[in-house]
Design a protein around this ligand. Structure first.
Ligand SMILES: NC(=O)c1ccc[n+]([C@@H]2O[C@H](COP(=O)([O-])OP(=O)(O)OC[C@H]3O[C@@H](n4cnc5c(N)ncnc54)[C@H](OP(=O)(O)O)[C@@H]3O)[C@@H](O)[C@H]2O)c1
Length: 153
């Protein structure tokens, strides 16, 4: 995740539990060194290298699934990274007045990523994801799933 995304979590909720947290920032002191299962790196490529390094220190692969949780530039770089099977889980919020938003998901390259049938999302998530437009507190949203079919195993 990017530094602002990290900072958007209140202190008691970071690092996110039960996973290794990697924060991309130019501030190498952002997270105290004794913070458990966390690290800062200067770039997306350095994040991938750290994961490889953590895995190579053990007999079995510790980290076999990476969730990129934003923000915009990190999502962009993740979508452009070759050599990995990239899946995009999106909650698309239907919103008339985007002017009040200050962070956006980058455009999806539909030559690489194909919008999947809803059943594929349910299969990958392994639970019944609500299908179609949902409404909550007057806001309409939909769970969508894109996948790079060329690298699907
Ligand atoms: N709805 C969602 O799913 C979702 C997900 C994520 C974030 N958000 C929201 O979006 C906002 C933050 O997103 P954002 O796009 O503005 O910022 P961001 O990516 O979280 O943070 C930006 C900062 O991260 C570092 N950074 C990010 N990508 C980098 C890269 N590729 N290489 C080097 N450094 C990189 C830089 O830190 P330094 O300036 O420290 O060098 C940069 O200033 C927050 O309000 C957050 O709550 C929402």
């Amino acid at each position: 995740m990017g530094r602002k995304t990290w900072e958007s979590f209140p202190d008691p909720f970071r690092p996110l539990p039960n996973r290794y947290n990697i924060v991309i920032t130019s501030n190498s002191n952002l997270i105290p060194a004794d913070t458990p299962h966390s690290a800062v790196v200067p770039s997306f490529a350095a994040a991938l290298a750290l994961i490889d390094s953590l895995n190579s220190q053990h007999d079995q692969v510790l980290i076999d699934r990476v969730f990129v949780v934003g923000g915009g530039r990190v999502y962009q770089e993740a979508m452009e990274t070759p050599g990995h099977h990239v899946q995009i889980f999106i909650t698309r919020v239907q919103f008339e007045d985007a002017d009040i938003c200050d962070a956006f998901f980058p455009p999806i390259d539909t030559k690489r990523f194909t919008l999947q049938p809803h059943q594929r999302l349910t299969d990958v998530a392994a639970f019944a994801v609500p299908s179609g437009v949902q409404t909550e507190s007057g806001l309409d949203y939909e769970f969508l799933f894109y996948e790079d079919e060329a690298t699907r195993i």
